[in-house]
Design a protein around this ligand. Structure first.
Ligand code: ADP
Ligand code: MG
Length: 462
């Protein structure tokens, strides 16, 4: 699914009002009846039907008339709601290229007005593109009260809360900037996933740092559960940053030992294979932490002094509750950490779609509705009870694919005219400027690069 933010700029207040009405209706309807949408949106001059048609055309909604006439949000619709909230909050003003495809997320560059580039992760629990998810699907078949959008929102909130807490305890993680719905904004890491690194100057040092991190996490009461070459970023100075936290568990989890051993094993295996490291002479004092050796020189879970609940205060401060933790754990249990080192995954990594930043010139004001939808949407973020319910299977992407096919024809014309308009504006902007924004501006990751500010200025002429 493509995130075409061009469309976002052409959506009116009424469009957002109706989209938000559908989101609100989904709190207790899997498919929200059309007349309920009309009542919640209560557009001043009527016309909800026309707006619904427009939203459907842009694939922001899915239409279902099997039991009654109704609609539900698609992931794209949910993306737009989150992005609009972020823009309204002043978190970023433009969306750039896609920089990563995780097994359950899409990661994009986003930029502030001043050119600072950050990363935006959109969680997509239940996406079918990777084999690993299929087992989750089977698992969820027995849990009809869960909904993909609700789970994605929980995953985002959990990731945000853990990232913030870990940062406060000095772990090398991205800086957690903000979170709304299924979207997390964080600092952009300048580097590459370890899986893409073929050579290291100091593989032993990097290895020790990474194993030291797993041990230190356990001392803080946590296990990453997906600690592998896909979730470790490394920069040119071989500095390590860990990412991807929705599946973390406490050391008091009943499978804690197994998850811990698996994280350790992944790293040993990877370094053994990729950097030909042999582990017989591994020190028992890893990264300053005293770790016992077992026969294979792996740090042993039982010998680590673990403090469960170390980060509880920080997690609560981010709005991540015990119930959230329970809900999401039910989903991941028995299945945590299944990043797979297969071709399928590797080919999906860092899919690039070289494109400049699309500035989002949205109305900065919240819609002044009787129900104040945006705010309620934000409240929703912190209230698990207000989460979405419904049958997860109804959210599967095959429905969306069907939608996509039907809507493709209608969309073609609109897309063509949008693309034309965009080209015209870009050309006009270029005529007024000496230098054209670099297509490789992503190289200035994280910094306040001059190139990026050019892109910003250029696009703010929209
Ligand atoms: P998933 O949970 O779907 O596996 P990840 O958080 O692991 O998603 O992100 C997928 C990929 O996106 C990573 O392997 C990395 O290439 C890229 N990525 C994620 N977060 C960042 C970030 N903060 N800075 C730069 N790249 C990132
Ligand atoms: Mg990952």
């Amino acid at each position: 699914m493509k995130l075409d933010v061009d469309v976002l700029r052409y959506l009116s207040k009424d469009d957002f009002r109706v989209l938000t009405a559908v989101e609100m209706g989904m709190r207790n309807h899997e498919i929200v009846p059309s007349d309920l949408i009309d009542r919640i949106a209560s557009l001043k001059h009527g016309g909800t039907y026309k707006v619904l048609k427009n939203l459907l055309k842009h694939k922001l909604l899915h239409h279902d008339s099997s039991k009654y006439d109704g609609f539900r949000l698609t992931y794209l619709g949910y993306d737009f709601l989150a992005i609009k909230t972020m823009v309204n909050r002043g978190v970023f003003t433009a969306v750039g290229r896609q920089i990563g495809v995780g097994k359950e997320s899409d990661i994009f560059e986003v930029a502030r007005e001043d050119g600072t580039v950050m990363a935006m992760k959109l969680h997509r629990l239940g996406r079918t593109s990777f084999r690993a998810v299929k087992s989750k699907r089977d698992y969820l078949r027995h849990r009809s009260s869960y909904n993909w959008l609700y789970l994605s929102r929980l995953a985002a909130l959990k990731e945000f809360a853990f990232m913030k807490a870990l940062e406060e305890h000095g772990f090398p993680v991205p800086n957690a900037v903000d979170c709304n719905r299924h979207c997390v904004v964080m600092s952009l890491i300048q580097g590459y996933p370890l899986v893409q690194v073929k050579q290291l100057q100091n593989p032993e040092t990097v290895f020790d740092t990474i194993i030291g991190l797993i041990v230190r996490l356990a001392e803080h009461g946590l296990i990453h559960c997906d600690f592998n070459e896909f979730n470790i970023m490394i920069d040119d100075d071989e500095k390590v940053t860990m990412i991807d936290f929705p599946q973390m568990v406490s050391v008091s989890h009943r499978n804690a030992q197994m998850y811990f051993d698996r994280d350790i094993e992944c790293i040993f295996k990877f370094f053994g294979k990729r950097f030909n490291m042999s582990f017989e002479e591994q020190s028992d004092d890893i990264d300053g932490s005293e770790v016992d050796e077992d026969e294979s020189s792996r740090p042993s879970f039982s010998s680590i002094t673990k403090t469960a609940g170390f980060l509880d205060k920080e997690l609560a401060a981010s709005g991540f509750t015990r119930k959230d933790q329970d809900d999401i754990e039910k989903f991941i249990e028995g299945d945590a950490g299944d990043d797979v080192s297969d071709d399928e995954h590797e080919s999906g990594l860092c899919q690039t779609n070289i494109k400049g930043f699309d500035s989002l010139h949205l109305d900065q004001k919240e819609p002044t509705s009787s129900c104040n939808e945006e705010e309620q949407g934000d409240e929703n973020q912190h209230s698990p009870e207000a989460g979405l319910t419904g049958n997860p299977e109804s959210q599967n992407s095959s429905n969306e694919e069907e939608d996509n096919q039907n809507a493709d024809e209608n969309d073609a014309e609109l897309m063509k005219s949008l693309a034309k308009q965009r080209r015209r504006t870009m050309a006009a902007a270029r005529r007024g400027r000496k230098s054209v924004a670099s297509r490789n501006s992503y190289k200035d990751k994280g910094g306040k690069s001059s190139n990026n500010s050019k892109i910003q200025k250029q696009l703010s002429s929209w």
